[in-house]
Design a protein around this ligand. Structure first.
Ligand code: GLU
Length: 446
């Protein structure tokens, strides 16, 4: 490779800050990896540096192009763009071999049974970690280690350093499970006479039980959350707070620019971050309310279509109206789509357990309420079918029975949605429309 003739030097010096994300494409884009990528990206963008991507595909048996694509798609979905061409570590093996041979020739490494081992310095190996502060190891505690195996394949800790040097990386920010690799890597920089980048080790992500996040805790791939109806902006917001605190009580960042401006290395925490799915859903709900119905429409259209519901068959205004009323109470785009379908669709309504229980408590009252509501609403002309008028009608109805309005509202809600929670009932009736409202009330009456 021609590149192998490039002398090793700190080529990045003076040309600005350069960070990288270096995933191994052996699985999907894990939320922990995505968080680390986000921190690197935020810092690079904040200081006007470069954010690079290196795919560490040296484990050929476990790496695949498909996984690489999933990682690139996941980053793109999160709104993280990268500078320069993606570097593939597997394509740089010749370069790694050449550097190992240089170290061998210079006496910093020695051959043993066909492999090449790096001579570890005996004294202190220390660095000022951007997150943890001073960290120190004793060289004597780290054995001389293999940089090139007898089959001439480079080892992980060695390739990483050669690549980081060649990519002119000035800041290495990665998970703190890599702290124990750092003294080995520093020894390579020293042997090559290259100044160290700044190292910062960001906290691990744990589940609610305090154990390292794993499949046991539920979805751990970014793509899973996309499927579950999480908005990219909400995912990004949530990931940013896994190990970073903007200070104060601020949690919501709707705008990526604002988040970039707020991001500082000082705000990165040392203790493990907790992945709380409920919080992610809450945050997603907050982000949902920021989107206008017209912005949500293209997001939920594919979901509706995949469920056999054809949005094109409906009046656009009605769909937007439905989105508007369900948006506030939905936590995911799947939920928005489901609730929109309930309001616009026709056909049987299935009662959830709470609704069934409420009916069973007093079937006669349920029947009376739905029957009389159907009669009353049948008298409302189409051009008066709007929330204020509908609310007035229902309140008058309750009054005529001498019962609290809620006793009329709740049975209608159940008849129309099969559930016990919804937007105000007059908004619901408005969204469902006259024909379908009357037909559901009749169906519920039995
Ligand atoms: N491929 C390594 C990982 O996925 C990257 C380590 C590093 O950033 O130096 O953990």
């Amino acid at each position: 490779m021609s590149e192998s003739n490039v002398p090793l030097s700190r080529q990045g010096e003076g040309s600005g800050v350069r960070l990288r994300f270096a995933p191994s494409p052996t699985g999907y884009l894990h939320v922990g990896g995505a968080r680390t990528a986000l921190f690197n990206w935020l810092y690079a963008r904040r200081v006007g540096g470069a954010f690079l991507l290196r795919i560490e595909d040296t484990d050929k048996a476990r790496s695949s192009d498909e996984h690489t694509q999933v990682i690139l798609d996941g980053l793109t979905w999160l709104g993280l763009d990268w500078d320069e061409d993606v570097v593939f570590q597997g394509a740089r093996v010749e370069r790694h071999r050449d550097v190992a041979d240089q170290l061998l020739a210079a006496g910093h490494a020695y051959a043993e049974e066909g492999a090449v081992r790096l001579r570890m310095p005996q004294g202190e190996i220390a660095w000022d970690d951007t997150v943890h502060g001073p960290i120190s190891f004793q060289g004597v505690d780290v054995k001389d280690w293999i940089i090139l195996r007898s089959d001439r394949t480079p080892t992980y800790n060695f390739s990483v350093v050669v690549d980081d040097i060649d990519m002119k990386v000035t800041q290495v920010m990665r998970g703190d499970d890599h702290i124990s690799n750092t003294p080995k890597q520093i020894a390579v920089y020293r042997a090559l006479g290259v100044p160290l980048p700044a190292f910062g080790h960001v906290p691990m992500i744990h589940g609610m039980d305090g154990k390292k996040l794993s499949k046991r805790h539920g979805a751990t791939a970014v793509g899973d959350y996309q499927q579950l109806g999480i908005l990219p902006a909400a995912m990004r917001n949530f990931l940013a707070l896994l190990g970073w605190s903007p200070g104060g009580d601020r949690e919501l960042f709707y705008d990526i620019k604002e988040m970039t401006e707020a991001f500082t290395l000082e705000g990165i925490q040392r203790k493990a971050a907790i992945f709380d799915t409920k919080k992610l859903e809450w945050m997603n709900g907050q982000h949902l309310t920021q989107l206008a119905p017209a912005e949500l429409l293209p997001i939920i259209t594919p979901i509706l279509t995949s469920q056999g519901f054809d949005p094109a068959a409906y009046d656009g205004e009605r769909i937007l109206r439905a989105i508007q009323v369900v948006r506030e109470r939905s936590r995911t785009t799947l939920e928005v789509a489901r609730q929109v379908a309930v309001r616009l669709g026709s056909g049987a309504i299935e009662n959830d357990p709470k609704a069934a229980e409420a009916i069973a408590k007093d079937p006669a009252a349920f029947k009376t309420a739905t029957e009389s509501a159907a009669r009353r609403l049948a008298g409302v002309p189409e051009d008066k079918w709007e929330p204020t008028q509908l609310e007035a009608e229902l309140r008058a109805l309750a009054e005529s029975f001498g019962i609290p309005a809620g006793k009329v509202f709740q049975p209608i809600r159940i008849a129309l949605t099969g559930g016990t929670v919804s937007e105000p009932v007059h908004d619901l009736i408005w969204a469902v429309g006259k024909t379908e409202t009357l037909s559901r009330l009749k169906a519920a009456t039995g």
